[in-house]
Ligand binder design. Structure first.
Ligand code: SF4
Ligand code: SF4
Length: 161
């Protein structure tokens, strides 16, 4: 089993920034894995994320500020919030109640999609649905549980991203 990474951005790996120190909101950045997934606009029978979206409405989705447009990145600036001199997050995720990324469309647990899928930040690209490629993601389970959804089972098909 792969070891979980603490930071997903190699270029900030030396910065002692733990944004959880500023907010007790669970942080999606800390639960990244090496492979890619996320809310894909694909056949729901192939991808449970399209019927879920819980992680987009549970964790603070934080990333190095330069991933947003003002830093030359792709993430639409108006959908981000700066949380430290180095870190930004998706608007709507830096709050303890009614947490929900402003880019998330649809209803959590029913049918969702990411309205900025091709421009989403790194943590979204790297957060894996549980059991993708045989790797359990406890954070996926926890986000789903917060919405009354059962954990994914380990026999899901692998999804090429
Ligand atoms: S940017 Fe898209 S994938 Fe990332 S948290 Fe928001 S809705 Fe989810
Ligand atoms: S909580 Fe898990 S299953 Fe739900 S959208 Fe996120 S990665 Fe996919």
């Amino acid at each position: 089993m792969k070891k979980k990474k603490i930071y997903n951005f190699s270029f900030i790996a030396l910065l002692p920034v733990n944004v959880n120190l500023f907010n007790h909101q669970p942080n999606i950045e800390f639960y990244n894995h090496m492979t890619k997934i996320h809310i894909l606009k694909t056949d729901p029978t192939d991808n449970p994320c399209v019927n879920c979206g819980a992680c987009c409405a549970y964790f603070r989705v934080s990333f190095y500020w330069a991933e947003s447009e003002s830093g030359g990145g792709l993430v639409p600036q108006e959908l981000t919030e700066q949380i430290t001199p180095f870190m930004s997050c998706m608007k709507g995720t830096n709050q303890k109640s009614n947490t929900r990324c402003t880019a998330l469309s649809g209803t959590v647990g029913e049918c969702v999609s990411c309205s900025i899928y091709t421009q989403r930040p790194t943590p979204c690209r790297e957060f894996d649905q549980s059991w993708l490629n045989g790797i359990h993601n406890e954070a996926c389970d926890r986000a789903r549980a917060a919405y009354g959804l059962p954990p994914l089972e380990p026999h899901l098909p692998q999804i090429a991203c």
